[in-house]
Design a protein around this ligand. Structure first.
Ligand code: ADP
Ligand code: ZN
Length: 212
């Protein structure tokens, strides 16, 4: 099963991808995570994208498409994958469709107020990447990752100015993909405003409708 998770920042794509990846045994491929890892390891790609990401702008298509192409050539992707945060532009979707046509695109529908609430309260483990929320998914010990005991951090692009830029990028460049995939009969829109388990149930119902 080759799936794309689509939706605005803060829609819960990352959280849902982790759940779905564990439960379905498919690799979770997040371009945001791959870029952040490149930044952390100070690779050439990391140097190029660091400022762009911190401001909340989109990384150029050529860099992003090359990164995903390389990842999708790895052997663990043979029986499918969950792409989280890619494609985000029409050229990215065209490039993906040309090499690996997707089976299902899940569009997570979430209102603006919920998005802001989620992003401003989001904390992530600086080491393993696990996602928390100060109000709805706090760690057992404040500021510390339950899994690996390392400190939680606020992503640089979860500051308000960057959030606004990310939302604008989403509306202008990514939202048109809903219609683009819709025309190809691949879209399932689900309400992403509930708890992770609620959203997961809606997601698995959409998956069942798709695979029968
Ligand atoms: P979000 O919470 O906004 O969904 P992600 O972790 O998916 O965050 O992405 C973080 C940042 O990485 C984006 O704001 C953008 O700068 C960059 N990025 C991730 N995926 C893409 C993509 N497909 N195309 C361009 N830039 C991307
Ligand atoms: Zn951790």
């Amino acid at each position: 099963m080759k799936m794309v998770f689509l939706g605005p920042p803060g829609a819960g794509k990352g959280t849902l991808s982790s759940l779905a990846s564990m439960r379905l045994g498919l690799p979770h491929i997040s371009t945001g995570d791959l870029f952040r890892e490149a930044v952390r390891r100070e690779t050439r790609l990391g140097e190029k994208v660091k400022g762009i990401i911190a401001e909340g702008r989109l990384v150029p298509d050529d860099l992003t498409i090359a990164l995903v192409r390389e990842r999708l050539a790895q052997p663990d992707t043979a029986s499918g994958w969950i792409l989280d945060g890619f494609p985000r532009t029409i050229p990215q979707a065209e490039a993906l469709q040309a090499v690996k046509p997707v089976d299902l695109v899940v569009d997570f529908d979430v209102g603006d107020e919920m998005i802001l609430f989620r992003l401003t309260g989001r904390r992530v483990c600086g080491s393993c990447g696990k996602i928390y929320h100060v109000a709805t998914m706090p760690p057992k010990t404040e500021g510390i990752c339950d899994v690996c005991g390392k400190p939680l951090v606020i992503r640089p692009d979860d500051r308000e100015a960057a959030i606004r830029t990310r939302l604008a990028a989403y509306r202008e460049q990514t939202q048109p993909l809903v219609a683009w995939y819709g025309k190809r009969g691949l879209i399932a829109s689900i309400d992403g405003s509930g708890s992770p388990e609620t959203v997961y149930r809606l997601f698995s119902e959409a998956l069942t409708r798709r695979v029968g």
